[in-house]
Design a protein around this ligand. Structure first.
Ligand SMILES: C[S@@+](CC[C@H](N)C(=O)[O-])C[C@H]1O[C@@H](n2cnc3c(N)ncnc32)[C@H](O)[C@@H]1O
Length: 297
């Protein structure tokens, strides 16, 4: 029996290797996909076959595809039509391949999740798994001069679209407010005792640390979710007891630029996975008088 650990060995192979043959063409263009191993680990740990998994900001549908391959049902919402279409195609293809489970993708703003989701899914979700868009340091791809024939490297797929309503474009305080609203909607969708796994990480803006994990932790508590664990989901592999790092071009560049300016940054090789539980019993509403007051005793 494997013992539950707070460090998740989620990247024994690279993300592209884990994605092989599971995604329709065009999917790799999304600038900030979740590592499939992280989604798979959370789904195995917190759900059973037949359960419903929800991602309110599902991008190209990594979490949904992993859920279907593990015999769960999947429901996703994504704001940008381009990614929602790909999520829909990826989900349909996974459902066809596995012959088990059903997948639904809706395009819209997750702040209206409970209106977008099928009515019969409300209060039935076993696991919410998602990651908010964070900071400018998305993953992206590069083409070398050997591939393009042009001098230097060419950046590709490292930004979201230009729609200002995408939360990837808003200032951090606005992102946290909006994500709090999304978590409140997720709480309504979760069944009592259900789990929410939010992957996130801190970043730096002009040298200042933006501690998004702590802000997400506070947001979860605000909406009545109970924080239960804080785990490390590795983006590095482990071989012979050593970490095999797989930094992206952009990570390396950001770290080198920061070091040149005197900030001793390191390459981040994990995501923070914040785990919350929806309480089984409804929390008493502090604004209601209790029974003793009502009966006058
Ligand atoms: C970090 S990415 C998630 C990637 C996804 N896990 C995957 O592997 O493809 C965050 C996603 O949230 C989407 N998004 C931003 N604002 C949103 C909103 N208000 N409602 C729903 N999705 C939103 C972005 O377009 C982006 O695709």
């Amino acid at each position: 029996m494997t013992r539950p650990a707070s460090v998740w060995n989620t990247a024994p192979t690279s993300a592209p290797a884990q994605r092989k043959d599971r995604y329709v063409p065009g999917s790799s263009a999304h600038p900030a996909k979740m590592h499939p191993g992280i989604a798979a680990h959370a789904i195995r740990t917190y759900t059973h076959p037949g359960d419903l998994v929800l991602d309110p900001m599902c991008g190209i549908g990594t979490t949904l595809v992993e859920a279907l391959h593990l015999g769960r049902n999947a429901l996703g919402v994504e704001y940008e039509p381009r990614w929602a279409t790909l999520a829909s195609l990826n989900t349909r293809s996974a459902a066809q391949k596995t012959g088990a489970g059903s997948g639904i993708v809706r395009c819209g703003d997750a702040r209206h999740l409970t209106d977008l989701a099928p009515a019969d899914a409300r209060g039935e979700v076993a696991l919410v798994i998602t990651s908010p868009p964070y900071g400018p340091s998305v993953h992206g791809q590069v083409r070398s001069s050997r591939e393009t024939g042009a001098p230097g490297v060419v950046k590709k797929d490292f930004r979201y679209g230009h729609d200002r309503a995408n939360l990837a474009h808003v200032p951090t305080t606005h992102l946290i407010e909006a994500f709090t609203e999304i978590l409140a909607q997720c709480r309504t969708m979760l069944r009592p005792g259900g789990t929410a796994v939010i992957t996130t990480r801190p970043w730096r803006e002009r040298g200042e640390l933006i501690d998004l994990p702590s802000a997400v932790l506070a947001a979860g508590k605000t909406v009545g979710l109970i924080p239960s664990q804080r785990c490390v989901a590795l983006l590095a592999g482990i071989r012979n007891g050593r970490l095999i790092t797989r930094p992206s071009f952009f990570q390396m560049k950001n770290v080198r630029d920061a070091r040149r300016q005197g900030t001793p940054l390191s390459v981040v090789q994990h995501e923070d996975a914040l785990i919350f539980t929806r309480p089984v019993k409804a929390l008493p509403d502090p604004s209601w008088p209790d029974t003793a007051h009502r009966s006058g005793t």
